[in-house]
Design a protein around this ligand. Structure first.
Ligand SMILES: [Fe+2]
Length: 228
C-alpha cells in the first residue's frame, strides 16, 4: 500500500472515530435534557401518580408486544415520560382546578399536546417522540384532539401512551379523590375500547397491569383481593 493511501485510511479512521464520539456526546446531552425535563414535571407536580419511569416501562413492554422495532424504543420511552410536558404552558390555577372547567379553560388545557410537540421537537433526534406526544389525546373514533385523527391514522405509540396514561390517572390517588381500584380501571378501559382507546392496545396492556399489581402485592406480602 502506498504511503498516501495508508494516510487516507488513517484519516478516515480518525474521522469515523470522531463522528462516533460526537454522536455519543449528543446522546448523553439528549438524555440529560430528557431527565431535566422529567424532573421539571415532577417539580411542577404534573406527572401522574405512579413514578414516570414506571409509565415508560409499561409503554416499552406494550410496544415490544406490538412488535414496534427495537430502534424506536427510545422514542417510545421519551413519549411516555414527557408527553404532558406542554402542561407547563397551562396556568396552575386551571391545571389544578378542582371544580368544573369553563369551555375556555378546557380549550386551554387541550392545547397541551401541541405545546408538548413544540418543546420536544426542539430536542435533538426526538421527532418521533414529539409526534407521539402531539397525538396522545386522539380517540380511536376521531373525537379526540388536536387533529381528530381516527383509528390507525393515530400513531401506534400515541395510542399506547393514551391507554397507560388513562389507567395511571384512574388508579392514582389525588388530594381531592381516591384512585379507582384496578378492576374498575380495567373495566373502564374495556368499556371505552373501540371509541376512545385502541382495542388491541388495551388487551395487550391489561395482562401487564395485572402482573405489575400482583408483583406489588407479592412484594408487600398482601393479597391482591384485599384491594379490590
Ligand atoms: Fe395529556
Amino acid at each position: 500500500m502506498s504511503a498516501s493511501l495508508s494516510t487516507v485510511f488513517a484519516d478516515s479512521g480518525l474521522l469515523l472515530f470522531r463522528v462516533k464520539e460526537l454522536e455519543e456526546q449528543q446522546s448523553v446531552f439528549r438524555n440529560s435534557l430528557v431527565c431535566a425535563f422529567n424532573q421539571l414535571l415532577d417539580l411542577k407536580d404534573i406527572s401522574t401518580g405512579v413514578h414516570s419511569t414506571r409509565l415508560a416501562e409499561w409503554a416499552i413492554r406494550v410496544a415490544r408486544k406490538l412488535n414496534i422495532p427495537e430502534e424506536d424504543m427510545y422514542q417510545v420511552e421519551v413519549a411516555a415520560l414527557l408527553h404532558d410536558v406542554g402542561k407547563v404552558g397551562v396556568p396552575d390555577a386551571i391545571l389544578k382546578k378542582q371544580g368544573p372547567l369553563t369551555s375556555e379553560e378546557r380549550a386551554l388545557i387541550n392545547r397541551h399536546p401541541e405545546y408538548s410537540w413544540s418543546i420536544l421537537r426542539l430536542f435533538p433526534d426526538l421527532e418521533g417522540a414529539s409526534l407521539y406526544a402531539l397525538h396522545h389525546h386522539e380517540n380511536i373514533d376521531g373525537t379526540g384532539y388536536p387533529a381528530g385523527l381516527k383509528g390507525n391514522d393515530i400513531p401506534l405509540v400515541s395510542r399506547i401512551v393514551s391507554v397507560i396514561d388513562a389507567y395511571d390517572a384512574m388508579i392514582s390517588n389525588r388530594c381531592y379523590r381516591k384512585g379507582l381500584p384496578h378492576t374498575e380501571a380495567v373495566h373502564r378501559l374495556l368499556e371505552s375500547s373501540g371509541s376512545q382507546f385502541d382495542i388491541e392496545v388495551v388487551h395487550t396492556f391489561i395482562p401487564i397491569a395485572e402482573q405489575e399489581r400482583a408483583d406489588v402485592f407479592a412484594a408487600a406480602g398482601t393479597s391482591t383481593s384485599a384491594a379490590l
